[in-house]
Ligand binder design. Sequence first.
Ligand SMILES: [Mg+2]
Ligand SMILES: [Zn+2]
Length: 188
Amino acid sequence: MANRAVFLDRDGTIIEEVNYLRRVEEMIVFPFAADALRNLSAAGFLNVVVSNQSAVARGFLDEATLKTIHEELTRRLKKDGAVIDAFYYCPHHVEGTVEKYRKVCECRKPRPGLIFQAASDLQIDVTSSFVVGDQAADVGLARQTGCRSVLVRTGYGKTALKELNGLKPDYVAENLLEAAEWIIAADR
Ligand SMILES: [Mg+2]
Ligand SMILES: [Zn+2]
């Protein structure tokens, strides 16, 4: 049986947007994040982070540090009973300074690579899944993959609302907690 997932943006959605998080010490988890993720798990969704991390291509941090950040995020959420089932990220950017990561790729949101990879790894039915994020790229990602989308007003969300260029999220939520409530209700 196929799984359903909520594909979650990280920065500005689960944690504070700090304009390229480089060090684990700078990470601030939103106070409502654990509640939201717990509710989604209880409703039967996989919580899958899909994140553009061009900071890697830009040389601001390496993948080992990024892994440390994700382990710490996992640890803090777990303290409050919440689970992230998997992390997927795009380390690339066309204008990156680290040659290994400097390229046009299929995984930088709004391109669909991260979701297609996760769907294949975790047997996810994307058409019964959702994307939650604070930027137009997240809404575009949902559009490209056939997921429903929720734009949150945290992070860059307020600005993103004016930059959607015809993209239309299925719902606009105050934050991740309200997004989770809407998803769980919409799914019934
Ligand atoms: Mg974001
Ligand atoms: Zn990529």
